[in-house]
Every structure is written in structure tokens, then in C-alpha cells.
Design a protein around this ligand. Structure first.
Ligand code: NAD
Length: 501
């Protein structure tokens, strides 16, 4: 463990007190205010304190950023660099993020409430990994030659799409952004990043690191602001070629409409989930399965698109398993996010807290039985904290089983047979992720194949790496982030056919 990982809560608080927080848009290599001069309050869910006032961009700022991004793209200053050179610059960008790891982790925690230990290891750590892995791939991805007759040459090449707008959510602000900007930049595009209005700070800060790394002006721009203002303006913009998004299914659908109403820009969506975590009675280790089921709903305060929010348990072990999960959740009680021992931090804002509490209320009124948790806590802090909550006796039609809550609320549903488990698991508008726990290799594979989800984990929860594609079936989205598959979003394929005499 490095020295920084052992920093105490007081040390993190001292660092926070002297933090200089960047709060402007970043357009064409410069920090600038919104043209209108408007700002919005950036409130910390840790204690309700206003951290800073952030530039509130709108359509005029979108026009300026798109013009800068387009000019940089057309000039070839980035896309025409040798792949090895782009790789070198992106590796430098990763290095600078690593050099500023503590500051970025602290910004993430103050801005959206997650525990500092995870901001540092997961959010910033995985952002570095995303950039490094993607950069390393740039000069190893080859184009294709078509199989042709002797007098022809058919070249199948990838070209950057042009101007990419990336609209991202607040739950893993920098990490979700990096899943978009790393492959987009790697392929030679210009990028306009629109962070969530609930968590804009790390996106704003890394813009200057991108410049410092050598990314030319206009190639990487950041526009903080609201979805219905600057987000909508980007989605409707006639000169944005591709729109990539991570966020809710409702907004994802709206973005498809905006694309249809404007220039038919390509739209790639990572949206919501209601992931089933299926535990058979023959799971190899029930205690470990329970610990991972607890983590699957409490990590990041349940504000995870792949949260294991529907726990499907074989009826014969239901009571034993629910008791084990409840026990395991004792390790996930809310604490101060800057305390390095804290595993569960604050809910992102008051609106989200109210949403979580209203679902807890709804679960009870729909007849589910509240096994543990359910209360708002630490109200005197001024922040937004809620206990991890377990409901048993849930059926798949109840709102708490059908709707994405995006908070630490677990719905336990029991089943009798593998067929019934699969049918309940697939009975959802979503198809982002699923897990299955069993010692029977045949049952494991048959169940995994039958699950309609973009990621399936066997005998663990939330596995994967940059090497594996990530995305959803059904209303969880289209396309894939991570791995070489991510490049599909940021390239057009061109066929060039040459006839020889
Ligand atoms: P959200 O959809 O409310 O907002 C996401 C982004 O879209 C924000 O930047 C917001 O400002 C912007 N936006 C909102 N309305 C817009 C509009 N009309 N036009 C353009 N942009 C608009 O989502 P959220 O609350 O920030 O994040 C939570 C959601 O994200 C959950 O549904 C979660 O499942 C999903 N998510 C999905 C993944 C995934 O990879 N599938 C990962 C993380 C989060």
C-alpha cells in the first residue's frame, strides 16, 4: 500500500481545504466561461457544501466547441499523426492522470460522494488503465484486404468519424468519460465531452492534462452544463458526426429522436440495467456468493448500471442466503467518504436520495418484506446517506424489481427451477448484465447462454477488464465500450477498390 492510500480522513480534508477547483468550459485549448456568463452551483453530497460555481454551457457554447473540434479535425493535426505518435501522446495523458491521482480522486469523492478508497483505486485507477490499454492498441490494429481476383485490390480501411460528442453520467464520472474519449481520440477524432451537471469537476480538470500531454487544441473539449441545454444542443447539432452516451434509458431514447430530427448522426448508447444475480442451491461457496451479492448492490451506493439489484435465490436456500447477505451488508454501512475505511458513501444529491427513499416506501406498500436497512442516516452531516436495504418476498412485477432505482436497494426473488430462474431473469426491459452461481458446469453454461445480457458472470459478480467488451442487450443500449470492439463506434469503414490493367 502506498503512502497516499494510508492518508487519514483529516489529511484528505486538509487537502480538500486547499484544493483549487477548475470550473470553466474547455474549448479550443483554453478554459473559458460560458458565453452567457451563466454558472450553476456544484454541491457536494458529502456535506451539502457548495464546492464551486461551474460554467453552465448552452447552444452557443456547443456551436463554439463544435467549430473548434471540426477545424482541428479538418486540419489533420491529430488524425493524420502516425498511430505510434498518437499512442505516445495518450500514454503521456495517462501518465499525467496518474501523477494527479490523489487530486482527481478527491475531486470525484467531493463531487459525487463515493468513498475515497474507490475513487482512487477504481475510478482513477481504471481511467489510467483505459487510456493505457487503448493507446497501446492504436499501432497494433490492422486494416483488411478483401479476397479478390488477381487483377483487383480491395482495401477495407477504418477512418475516424470526425466530431464525437460524448454525454456521460455522474456515477463514475471520469471512468465513464474515459471509456468514450480514449477510443475516440485513439482513432483520430475530435471530442466534445459533456459531463453530468451533478459531477463535472474531473472532466474539467483532465482537459488541461490532455493539452499538457500534447493533444492539439480543439481535439479535446469539455462543456459542463445541463442535459436539456448543452446536452440537447450537441445531440441536435448538424455538425456532430457521432453521439456516444452513457446514462438512463429515457434520455437514451430521446437522443435517438434528436439524431433523427437533425443529421442522422450515429448514436451509441449505454443505458440502464436491472441485473439478475442468480444463486442456485449448489453454489460453490454460499458465504462468498452472499458477500459478492452484498457488494453487487452496495458498491458505489448502488449507483451502478450493473448493480445486482435483483437477487434470484433458489427457494431451498432462500432464508439462509438472505441472512448471509444481510450479515455481509454490515460491512457496507454508510460512512464519511473521506474516511479511508468507508465502503459506502453519500448518494449523489438530494433528488437521487428522495428517489431511493421513495422506492423503499413503494416496496413496502407493494407488499415486499423489508429485511434490513431502509433508513436515511447521518442527516446532521448535511449530506445524503442511506442504509443498504434488503427486500425479500419480492415478485418480478413489483416496481422495486422492474425499475432501475440506482441506489442500494436489493430485491430478493425466489425460484424453484433453472427454467423459472431464466424466465424471471429475462423478464425485464433491460439486458445489461447477469450472474449465475452453481457448481454444475452444465447448468452454468446453459444458464449463461440463455441469459439475454451483454455481460454474464459465472461464480462471481462484476468481472471483466479492458480486454472484454461492455454493453447491453435490449433497452440497456447498443454497441460496446472497452476492448477493440469499442473502436467500431469511432470509425467509418471504407472500401476502396482498385482495378489493375
Ligand atoms: P441521465 O440519463 O439523467 O444523464 C446522463 C447524461 O445525459 C448527463 O450528462 C445529462 O446531463 C445528459 N442529459 C440529460 N437529459 C438530456 C437531454 N435531453 N439531451 C442531452 N443530454 C441529456 O443519467 P444519470 O442519472 O446521469 O446516470 C444514471 C443512469 O446512467 C442510470 O440509468 C444508469 O444505469 C446509467 N448508466 C449506464 C451505464 C452503462 O454502461 N450501461 C453506466 C453507468 C450508468
Amino acid at each position: 500500500m502506498s503512502k497516499q492510500q494510508q492518508m487519514t480522513r483529516e489529511e484528505w480534508q486538509n487537502m480538500a481545504a486547499s484544493l483549487e477547483i477548475r470550473n470553466q468550459a474547455f474549448i479550443n485549448g483554453q478554459y473559458v466561461n460560458a458565453v452567457s456568463g451563466a454558472t450553476f452551483d456544484c454541491e457536494s453530497p458529502v456535506d451539502g457544501r457548495i464546492l464551486t460555481q461551474v460554467a453552465s454551457c448552452d447552444a452557443e457554447d456547443a456551436d463554439r466547441a463544435v467549430a473548434a473540434a471540426r477545424a482541428a479535425f479538418e486540419s489533420g493535426v491529430w488524425r493524420n499523426l502516425a498511430p505510434a505518435k498518437r499512442k505516445q501522446i495518450l500514454l503521456k495523458f495517462a501518465e499525467l492522470i496518474a501523477a494527479n491521482r490523489d487530486e482527481l480522486a478527491l475531486l470525484e469523492t467531493l463531487d459525487m460522494g463515493k468513498p475515497i478508497r474507490f475513487s482512487r483505486s477504481v475510478d482513477v485507477g481504471s481511467t489510467i488503465r483505459t487510456l493505457q490499454w487503448t493507446a497501446e492498441a492504436i499501432d497494433k490494429v490492422y486494416d483488411e484486404l478483401a479476397p479478390t481476383a488477381i487483377n483487383e485490390i480491395g482495401m477495407v480501411t477504418r477512418e475516424p468519424v470526425g466530431v464525437v460528442a460524448a454525454i456521460v453520467p455522474w456515477n463514475f464520472p471520469l471512468l465513464m468519460a474515459s471509456w468514450k474519449f480514449a477510443p475516440a481520440l485513439a482513432m483520430g477524432n475530435s471530442v466534445i465531452l459533456k459531463p453530468s451537471e451533478k459531477s463535472p469537476l474531473t472532466a474539467i480538470r483532465v482537459a488541461e492534462l490532455a493539452k499538457q500531454a500534447g493533444i492539439p487544441d480543439g481535439v479535446f473539449n469539455v462543456l459542463p452544463g445541463f442535459g436539456h441545454t448543452v446536452g440537447k444542443a450537441l445531440a441536435l447539432h448538424m455538425d456532430v458526426d457521432t453521439l456516444v452516451f452513457t446514462g438512463s434509458t429515457g434520455v437514451a431514447k430521446q437522443l435517438m429522436i434528436y439524431a433523427g430530427e437533425s443529421n442522422m448522426k450515429r448514436v451509441w448508447l449505454e443505458a440502464g440495467g436491472k441485473s439478475p444475480n442468480i444463486v442456485f442451491a449448489d453454489a460453490p461457496d454460499l458465504r462468498r456468493a452472499a458477500e459478492e451479492a452484498a457488494q453487487a448492490i452496495a458498491f458505489n451506493q448502488g449507483e451502478v448500471c450493473t448493480a445486482g439489484s435483483r437477487l434470484l435465490v433458489e427457494a431451498s436456500i432462500r432464508d439462509e442466503f438472505v441472512a448471509l447477505v444481510t450479515e455481509a451488508l454490515k460491512d457496507w454501512q454508510p460512512g464519511h467518504p473521506l474516511d479511508p475505511a468507508t465502503t459506502c458513501g453519500a448518494i449523489v444529491d438530494q433528488a437521487q436520495l428522495k428517489r431511493v427513499l421513495s422506492f423503499i416506501q413503494l416496496g413496502q406498500s407493494e407488499g415486499a418484506s423489508l429485511v434490513s436497512g431502509g433508513q436515511q442516516v447521518d442527516q446532521t452531516s448535511g449530506g445524503y446517506y442511506v442504509e443498504p436495504t434488503v427486500f425479500a418476498g419480492v415478485n418480478n412485477q413489483m416496481s422495486i424489481a422492474a425499475e432501475e432505482i440506482f441506489g442500494p436497494v436489493l430485491s430478493v426473488i425466489s425460484f424453484e427451477t433453472p427454467e423459472q430462474a431464466i424466465s424471471i431473469a429475462n423478464d425485464s426491459i433491460y439486458g445489461l448484465a447477469a450472474a449465475v452461481w452453481t457448481s454444475d458446469i452444465n447448468k452454468a453454461h446453459k444458464t449463461a447462454k440463455a441469459l439475454r445480457a451483454g455481460s454474464v458472470w459465472i461464480n462471481h459478480y462484476d468481472g471483466g477488464d479492458m480486454t472484454a467488451p461492455f454493453g447491453g442487450f435490449k433497452q440497456s443500449g447498443n454497441g460496446r465500450d472497452k476492448s477493440l470492439h469499442a473502436f467500431d463506434k469511432y470509425t467509418e469503414i471504407k472500401a476502396t477498390w482498385l482495378k489493375l490493367d
